[in-house]
Design a protein around this ligand. Structure first.
Ligand SMILES: [Ca+2]
Ligand SMILES: [Ca+2]
Length: 264
């Protein structure tokens, strides 16, 4: 087979693939238009912090607390998991991203006996206090919601059709005005990515803590019928210069020092 035949074959494959994908996407119910809930909102009995993954030892979860919906420490009118984190300077690119794995449970009495899952989507709040222990002012901060691949344990970003998403009513926001609110989202409703920027706000200086409040919806099918619990993953990213840039900066910094010393 020569290059021309191969090119024709690839073009044919592309033409065949596009309409099939489009038809597939249109046929599935989309998060943009979630079906109205009919029953009562399930009670969130507990939110547990399972583990910190990815990243490196520059990220630490210093505390995790669960507050029931009526607790004064719960926010946005939702049962709330409150996470405190510190982020230091990364030494490799792995330190730029990290995952928080959470487990959410509802009371056994509120599970549908025939499915072992809640009757309606579960709503919960997450408070995230993130202390900037890096040397850099954060000008943006990013969150992505997803799950663990059951087989490989890899992070799988939530898609448009799984009905797991960040709630937009009430809108996610910072509590202190260090970033612009609301964050930019990959979609106007049911986003799976939240992107905070400091275009009209100061950003987060070294030594400062930024306070995020956000809501999450978990659909019934994400609950494991064996345990009645759901596991979700919050992937985070604060903008810190990449280690290669850090080396360059350190190098140009020492070059600058040398110049100054020579002048002096
Ligand atoms: Ca989703
Ligand atoms: Ca979405």
């Amino acid at each position: 087979m020569n290059i021309r035949h191969l090119t024709y074959l690839m073009m044919l494959a592309a033409i065949l693939a596009i309409p099939a994908n489009r038809a597939f996407a249109q046929d599935l119910p989309n998060e943009i238009d979630p079906p109205p809930t009919t029953g009562e909102m399930p009670t969130v009995e507990n939110i547990e912090f399972l583990r910190l993954a990815g990243g490196e030892d520059n990220v630490d979860v210093t505390s995790f607390n669960f507050f029931e919906i009526n607790d004064p420490n719960a926010h946005l009118g939702l049962a709330t998991g409150s996470i405190k984190e510190t982020v230091g300077d990364p030494t490799t690119t792995a330190g730029l991203w990290w995952d928080i794995d959470l487990k959410v449970s509802v009371p056994l009495s509120e599970l549908n006996p025939s499915t072992g899952r809640p009757f309606e989507p579960v709503m919960l709040g997450i408070d995230k206090d993130v202390l900037n222990e890096t040397r850099w002012r954060w000008t943006d901060f990013h969150m992505t919601i997803g799950m663990r691949d059951p087989a490989s344990g890899e992070f799988m970003e939530s898609d448009e059709f799984d009905f797991l998403f960040f709630k937009t009513d009430p809108a996610p926001r910072t509590h202190d005005g260090l970033f612009d609110d609301p964050p930019e989202m990959d979609e106007p409703v049911a986003p799976d990515n939240l992107d905070w920027f400091a275009k009209n706000s100061p950003g987060v200086l070294p030594g400062q803590t930024v306070f995020f409040w956000l809501g999450i919806q978990i659909p019934p099918h994400k609950f494991d019928p064996q345990t009645g619990m759901a596991r979700i993953v919050l992937r985070e990213h604060a903008t810190i210069p990449e280690p290669a840039t850090l080396v360059l900066l350190a190098f140009s910094g020492s070059a600058l020092l040398l110049k100054r010393r020579r002048k002096a």
